[in-house]
Design a protein around this ligand. Structure first.
Ligand SMILES: Cc1cc2nc3c(=O)[nH]c(=O)nc-3n(C[C@H](O)[C@H](O)[C@H](O)COP(=O)(O)O)c2cc1C
Length: 317
């Protein structure tokens, strides 16, 4: 052993890098779209350059005001939201937000949502034609806009959309799936067949809140998306089922709040994770998770994240 070599099992020796198709990330801890603003809001709390990647709020072709209030409701171990993709549109995003994000020395994965396949393809091409992004995430799973999930529930539409976006854009393509389907495996296979570099899952679980005294729904949009620790078992199940169905690298999302949660998703088959709702109530969580991750990996006798991905043992003994 040379003077600088680290002993096996040492957290400092753990390789955190992950490869998702054509996308290389310095570590597997990313922050989820819609829960981290455009990162400016978080820069005084989080060392952005340490993150494995940042997913800014989904952008649409035209600016959108979003849904009428209320847009969020706290629920046991989670929250419901129906923001409705409130954003300034892709032209403003590329001109004003992407230059700042790109200067943070962290991979920026631009989340886009189109009203049609043409809009998805056009936006993927626009992001690819602009300097600054590392990849594009196709938000084919937003439950809070009309037609927001069509591409995420229909395997044929999903496959074609991913393939068309891939053909139109030089950057790696990630498909973000909704859990609100009968078979997550079928949609994951479709995203794989379309050539997705990675599949991220899950977006929010459809839910609702009611003010019975007024006999009214609480959310302006009536139906919303449930997120936070309440949905972690659903997300873990989805990652597990997708991992059984495809070879495409997976990014686990849903209720992740601690390093133990991160490890559960990696063991289930995720190569990386995105932290979402937890950023609202523990904004520095990504830093503490990153601090603890090497020791968690090393405790399994592994020297890299990759070694642990999908290491779940199903046989009882
Ligand atoms: C307030 C709020 C806004 C969100 N906005 C978006 C969005 O714009 N695009 C997107 O793909 N997902 C969006 N999501 C979904 C999250 O990225 C994530 O997939 C989901 O919340 C599950 O992860 P979590 O339980 O860790 O929050 C949003 C979630 C919340 C709570």
């Amino acid at each position: 052993m040379t003077a600088t070599a680290l002993p096996p099992g040492s957290p400092a020796a753990v390789d955190l890098q992950v490869t998702l198709g054509r996308l290389q990330l310095p570590n597997p801890v990313l922050v989820a779209s819609g829960t981290f603003g455009y990162a400016r809001e978080m820069e005084r709390l989080v060392d952005l350059s340490r993150l494995g990647g940042i997913l800014p709020k989904t952008v649409t072709r035209q600016a959108r005001p979003g849904n009428a209030p209320w847009r969020t409701v706290e629920t046991p171990s989670g929250m419901l939201n129906a923001i409705g993709l409130d954003n300034d549109g892709i032209d403003a995003f590329l001109a004003h937000h992407l230059p700042y994000l790109a200067s943070r020395q962290t991979p920026i994965i631009v989340s886009v949502a189109g009203r049609s396949a043409e809009e998805f393809v056009e936006m993927a091409a626009m992001v690819g034609d602009t300097e600054g992004a590392a990849a594009v995430e196709l938000n084919i799973s937003c439950p809070n806009v009309s037609h927001g999930v069509d591409f995420g529930v229909n395997p044929a539409l999903c496959e074609k959309l991913v393939a068309d976006c891939r053909a139109a854009c030089r950057l790696p393509i990630i498909a973000k799936l909704t859990p609100n389907v009968t078979s997550i495996a079928e949609i994951a296979k479709a995203a794989e067949a379309g050539g997705a570099d990675a599949i991220s899952l899950i977006n929010t679980v459809q839910g609702m809140a009611i003010d019975w005294k007024r006999k009214k729904p609480i959310l302006g949009n009536v139906i919303g998306g449930l997120s936070g620790p309440a949905i972690k078992p659903i997300a873990l199940r989805c990652v597990f089922q997708a991992a059984q169905a495809v070879k495409t690298p997976l990014i686990g999302i849903g209720g992740i709040a601690t390093v133990d949660d991160v490890m559960e998703f990696i063991v289930a088959g995720a190569s990386a994770v995105q932290l979402g709702t937890v950023n609202f109530y523990n904004p520095t969580v990504s830093m503490s998770v990153l601090d603890a991750l090497p020791a968690a990996i090393a405790s399994l006798g592994a020297k890299s994240v990759t070694e642990v991905v999908g290491s779940l043992q199903l046989k009882r003994n």
